[in-house]
Design a protein around this ligand. Structure first.
Ligand SMILES: [Cu+2]
Length: 150
């Protein structure tokens, strides 16, 4: 007899196989919704930013410590802040999401910094992403390449 948790595990394995991303310890209760990445203005530009809303539906708090993608050599969490008239970006080493909380990644605020692009992005392309959690857990996510915010 196949119980529901097993179906969930099988589904996760299929999703991982389909996207070609191997997760260390899949955390399904952390989800990125409406994920998107800005299409760079020129194909020569190897960096862009990713956005969306991360929902923590887990029973406990999770701490995001980074992210990776097969399409970019370097992915990190950044936060843009305005200091006087100067906009600055800083690397976020930890982003804590309490149980049930959501955090919005948006232009002018927290975002995923996608650097060292391995190939030119195309509009509509799905960029596979893995969110890395403290303790070794990982959550699969997708960013859709768009010219502008949805
Ligand atoms: Cu940034």
């Amino acid at each position: 007899m196949i119980t529901k948790p097993c179906v969930g595990v099988l589904f996760a394995l299929c999703a991982v196989a389909a996207s070609g991303v191997a997760l260390a310890a899949p955390v399904e209760c952390l989800q990125l919704k409406d994920g998107w990445a800005r299409l760079p203005p020129s194909a020569a530009m190897k960096m862009t930013a990713g956005y969306g809303t991360i929902h923590n539906t887990c029973a406990t708090a999770v701490t995001l410590i980074g992210a990776r993608s097969t399409v970019f050599g370097d992915v990190s969490l950044h936060e843009t802040t305005l200091q006087g008239d100067v906009s600055r970006m800083q690397h976020l080493h930890h982003l804590v999401l309490p149980a049930g909380a959501a955090v919005e990644l948006k232009p002018g605020g927290k975002h995923l910094m996608l650097m060292q692009g391995k190939a030119a992005l195309k509009e509509g392309q799905a960029v596979p992403l893995v969110l890395q959690l403290e303790g070794g857990g990982e959550a699969a996510a997708t960013l859709q390449v768009r010219k502008a915010a949805p």
